[in-house]
Every structure is written in C-alpha cells, then in structure tokens.
Write a protein that binds this ligand. Sequence first.
Ligand SMILES: Cc1ncc(COP(=O)(O)O)c(C=O)c1O
Length: 391
Amino acid sequence: MKYAERMKRLGTESAFDVLVKAKSLEAKGMEVIHLEIGEPDFATPANICDAAIEAIRGGFTHYNPSPGYPDVREVVSDYINRTRGIKTNFRNVVITPGGKPIMFFTMLALVNEGEEVIFPNPGFPIYESIINFIGAKAVPIYLREENDYRLDVKELKSLVTPKTKLIIINSPQNPTGGVLTHNDLEEIAGIAVEKDVWILSDEIYSRIIYEAKFESVTQFPGALERTIILDGMSKTYAMTGWRLGYGVMEETLAAHVARLATNSTSCTASFSQIAMKEAITGPQEESDKMVAEFKKRRDVIVAGLNKIDGFTCKKPLGAFYAYPNITGTGWKSKDLADFILEKYGVAALSGTAFGSFGEGYMRFSYANSIENIQKALSKVDAAIAKIKQSA
Ligand SMILES: Cc1ncc(COP(=O)(O)O)c(C=O)c1O
C-alpha cells in the first residue's frame, strides 16, 4: 500500500507516545509516576459539569454553526476584551474542538507553500509539524536558558525575510515556563507591523502564571489586526477531554477558519459550548485554587530537581512544567528519559521532544500530587546516583 507523500512531513507530540509506553509498563506490573502529559490532574469544576449535563437534557445535542454559537462567541470576545484590554466582537471568534485546530486552520488559511514561519524552539512540537506538513519552511528561534527562555527580539528581527508570513509566540511557554515581558511583546508587535507579518499568539497558559503578569501582544498598536489569539478551556478549567478552544482573529480570517471547520469538524460539540459559557462567566475559585496548588508543586519540584547531581532548574514563571538542564549528568536527553522511565518508573519527556534545541534538557509536568512529585524526585535521584556510580 502507498500513502500520501505529505504524511512523511507530519510530526507528532511524543507526550502521547511516552504515555502509551508508560501504560504498557504499568500493564506489566511496574509502578509508574506520570509526569509526561500536559494536563491538569484536577476534576473539571462541578458547576461546569452540571451546565453540560443540563444542556444535554435540554436538547443541545445537535449541530450548531461552524464557528460556534453566537452568544458563546460573544462571551469569549467579552472575556478576551476584559483580559487583554482590546476590542473584539463575536465575529472575531471561532470556537474549535480544543485550541490545537486553531494552529492547523490558521496556518492552512494563511501560509503558502515555500513561505516561512518562525516558531519557538524548544516549543510545542505541533507548530513545526504543521509548518512542514503544509509545505512551508520552518524557521526556529532559539529560546535560551540564559535569556530565561524568552526569545531574543534582535535575533527575531534578523530571522524575518521577505518570505516570512507568520511568527508563532507562546507565553507562558510550553515546555520552559518562560514568560515574555511587556518590552518583548512591544518589540515583537513592532517587528510584525514593520515587516507586515502575522502573529499566532498561543495564550493557552494565560491564566497559569505565578510571579509574572500575563500580557498579550495584541495590546500594542497595529498588532490586533495581524494576530490570532489561541486560548481555550483545557488548561484553565481542567477540561482537556472536553475539546474546547478558540481563536480570536480579524473577521475575514475568521470566516476562512470557520469554512475549514465546516470542511473538517463541522462544529464543536453543542453541550460543551454551553459548559464553556458557564466556565467563563461562573465562579472562578476552582480555577484560582488550581493555580495556587500548581505554584506549591512548582516550588517542590524545582527545589528537588536542583538537589539532583547533574541537574539545574530555573524557576518557571508560568504553565505547569519544570525544564531542568541535565547536561551535568553527561547523558543525552532522550536516553536519560528512557532510562528513568524503563528502570525507575518515572515518565517525563526529553527536551528534544520540543525541537532540536531541547537537547540537554528534560520536561517534567508537575500536574501531579506533591506526594507523587516527591516520590518521583527520589526515584530520579536514585537513577542519577546509579549512573554516576557506574561512570
Ligand atoms: C502550548 C500549547 N498550545 C496549545 C495546546 C492545545 O491544547 P488543547 O488543544 O487541548 O486546547 C497545548 C496542549 O498541550 C499546548 O501546550
């Protein structure tokens, strides 16, 4: 059998592969602590579940418009206006099954074959995968540890060519937890306006932020009309399995993206959208409590990782990932991740799962209990002691 050539260009998200491997080890009787997958371990708040159940009983079980229900899109645009200090309306919003389709749809709608897209490396692996899939050129921008994992705006400017169509930014960032500053964002907006390029601003972790303040690039002059904001329910409300996300963008692009939805997903589940309305407009205490708990866990895991021989770990300012430098172990990232999982039962990801510049790093998701994090830390410590002993 022969498959389409384009499939050779499509990558993947190895968190899902590691999850499968970890599950198979568990099936063989090994105890595994899961620090690989990027999803809150909390239950979806009860008020949101109740709204969905009521919606199902109330008949929200049929198709709805491809970009989503107008009143739910209105709730999203009000929320975005309030949290970013900008002016949008419901026609700027497209609701999708998770935030991920916004990456796919907007790149399909904007980027021609041979055009260039600048993306963060290390970064969410799906950006590079989609860029390659659509036949565009993937241009990585290095997020360096010494720059607190923020992109260097001078370097960004030097990477823009007449072929550049889109710049992808992600703050707070996966996998590093880095957060772009007010100045960074202002300069990024300036570059985009001057060079006439689009920005995909992945703001999925906008609410999971600690010492830093969340700001959106869209607040700066000229940026809003050339930016797609990607956000959603998955991380903020522990709703990864509900598949609820959205993009906010100028109206013509929104119409193109909605047409891509008509051609693929048709629409996002109707009762989910009713629950989304409740999530955004209802009480926010549960979500705030989750963030407070993540902060406690972050402090535990960062302190613990820094005590491990050969590891150093900066404090992430947002999201729920610790991203230690592991070069002091003398091991390659993927080999170390495999060893720790196979021999010690701790599932975490190699930095290289997030691009070539991830070599020398690992990602530990701290969306797990403090008890499990502490157990995992002592297992990793034992693994490294073993490595050092036999070196
Ligand atoms: C940076 C980033 N963007 C977007 C997503 C997509 O999330 P979802 O499709 O569940 O909304 C994720 C999920 O891990 C992510 O880490």
